[in-house]
Structures are given as structure tokens and as C-alpha cells.
Design a protein around this ligand. Structure first.
Ligand code: SF4
Ligand code: SF4
Length: 99
């Protein structure tokens, strides 16, 4: 059961810095389809939970604890890796929301 980034994600990028298996990837901010959020690879996530407390908008949930209305977000994360761009050589500072 992986963790899931929901559509509450505001691209802060803090989650990427703490994931021990580097399975969190930003959709390229210039990509019209995938550019709104970051995504967790469900096949690689080890469910450590480290990303949850560092996410400013509290956008990350264990799969089984997704809030009502966000059930489809799990499929969105999986689809990013299976059918979308997947892993790429991104620059986190360029991809995260300026603060
Ligand atoms: S820390 Fe939260 S808001 Fe920031 S990129 Fe990760 S999931 Fe999105
Ligand atoms: S739960 Fe752990 S392994 Fe999964 S995305 Fe978050 S930090 Fe990475």
C-alpha cells in the first residue's frame, strides 16, 4: 500500500528531499497535463511515511486514508509512472513553487 500525493499538492517540493528511495517526482511545471502536481511511484514507495509530516499543505496520505473525494488521486500517481513521463532528471529548485 503506497503513499499517495493528492491534488492538494502545491509543489513545495519538501517531500522529495526526505524520501529515502527517491520515488517522488515532479510533473514538469511546463507540462500541460502533468504540471500541477508531484507524484509518488506506487511500485517503489516503501510506505515509510517520512514525506507526510514535511508537506506544508498536508497533501500526502497512505492509500487507505485518502480523504473523501480524493480516491482517484491514487490512480493519477500510478498513471504518471505507467503512462506519463515517469522518472526524469529534474532540478528540484526549478520545479518547486517559489517561496
Ligand atoms: S511536499 Fe506536499 S505540496 Fe510539496 S511537492 Fe510534496 S506533496 Fe506537493
Ligand atoms: S512514504 Fe516514504 S517511500 Fe513512500 S513516498 Fe513517502 S517518503 Fe517516499
Amino acid at each position: 500500500m503506497p503513499h499517495v500525493i493528492s491534488t492538494l499538492c502545491t509543489r513545495e517540493g519538501d517531500c522529495v528531499e526526505v524520501c529515502p528511495v527517491d520515488c517522488i517526482v515532479p510533473g514538469d511545471k511546463n507540462d500541460p497535463v502533468w504540471g500541477k502536481y508531484f507524484y509518488i511511484d506506487p511500485d517503489t514507495c516503501i510506505d515509510c511515511g517520512a514525506c507526510v509530516p514535511v508537506c506544508p499543505p498536508q497533501a500526502i496520505f497512505p492509500l487507505e486514508e485518502l480523504p473523501p473525494g480524493h480516491e482517484a488521486d491514487a490512480e493519477m500517481n500510478a498513471r504518471y509512472f505507467r503512462e506519463g513521463p515517469g522518472y526524469w532528471d529534474f532540478n528540484l529548485e526549478e520545479q518547486r513553487r517559489p517561496r
